[in-house]
Design a protein around this ligand. Structure first.
Ligand code: TA6
Length: 303
């Protein structure tokens, strides 16, 4: 009963009738549901995790696995996981959670605001004993999601401590595709990348990115927007960004997908991750009291 009352309290405090409500989502986790004329969307307090965005007149843009877990301590498989303060495995600490510790914990709702034709949901998480066992820093991390005819996600990190921070970050976005082999990613031609399927060897992208096997690449020193072209869903998704120097492209392909218990057998064919990030040599240094903001902007056009 307490959980129901708490949810009702959040909805009373933050809800906007007809536009945004705080409701029970999958696994009993609380989420903000957006139902504006411009877009529908969802953002869970678990992980500050956006799991849906559907601009008016278009189909759902994000992929969420039908086998995802919805529980504390587990990342939702799909949507846009927030990776912080490290990306992938933590160097020198095999017991640390992959992609950091913020995507698997409860965040707090800061505000919901309707501005013109967009609805902005802000959630935050802060350092504390649960984070300091992994990373000694003092910080406040805000994830601000603006739902409208485009989707804007801002990750805003404040160094609230007295010492400089160095951290990695990624908005690990899962995009729906009709058939992975037919999808193409344009905009990375000539960009160097680390090939995580080939001992992190540095290579150079030739032309557009096509997925024909397990693909796990960190494109380096690129602030370029990319286009995800999908001839099956007949759409082009423009993925732009600000204050991000790396872009990760990932598809597990069949063998790795079959080893993932939270991804249904054939779902690897229906998703591609294109991740706005600052990782590897492009991790961020932040002085005490300073703020860093990374932004992802997603627009969908038919074609
Ligand atoms: O972003 C690509 C990647 O680092 C892959 O190596 C793969 O591990 C993927 O993230 C998913 O990671 P997760 O911990 O969510 O299973």
């Amino acid at each position: 009963m307490e959980a129901v009352a708490a949810l009702a309290g959040l909805d009373r405090e933050f809800g906007i009738p007809g536009i945004a409500s705080v409701v029970e989502g999958n696994g009993g986790l609380s989420k903000v549901r957006i139902t504006s004329p411009q877009a529908t969307g969802e953002m869970y307090l678990h992980g500050g995790h956006v799991t849906a965005w559907k601009p008016a007149g278009a189909e759902e843009v994000l992929f969420v696995s039908s086998e995802s877990r919805w529980e504390d301590g587990r990342a939702i498989r799909g949507g846009v996981p927030v990776c912080f303060p490290w990306f992938g495995d933590k160097k020198g600490d095999p017991k640390a959670p992959a992609h950091g510790f913020v995507r698997t914990k409860a965040w707090e709702l800061e505000s919901i605001a309707q501005t013109g034709n967009t609805t902005t949901v802000s959630m935050f998480t802060e350092s504390g004993p649960d984070t300091k066992k992994w990373w000694p820093a003092d910080f406040r991390l805000v994830h601000r999601a603006t739902f409208g005819s485009e989707l804007r996600l801002e990750l805003i990190l404040t160094n609230t401590g007295a010492t400089p921070l160095r951290f990695e970050e990624a908005l690990h976005a899962y995009h729906r595709v009709g058939q992975i082999e037919k999808a193409r990613v344009r905009g990375l031609d000539g960009v160097h990348y680390l090939d995580k399927t080939d001992q992190n060897r540095e290579k150079t992208q030739q032309g557009e990115v096509a997925i024909t096997s397990e693909t796990d690449r960190i494109y380096l020193d690129t602030s370029a927007a990319v286009d995800l072209e999908d001839p099956i869903l007949h759409r082009r998704t423009r993925i732009a960004k600000e204050n991000s120097r790396t872009t990760v492209v990932w598809n597990p392909w069949v063998e790795k997908a079959h080893s993932m218990s939270d991804l249904a057998d054939d779902e690897w064919q229906k998703m591609i991750c294109i991740e706005t990030s600052n990782v590897s040599d492009f991790a961020v240094n932040l002085e005490p009291g300073r703020q860093h903001r990374m932004e992802l902007i997603v627009r969908v056009a038919g074609f």
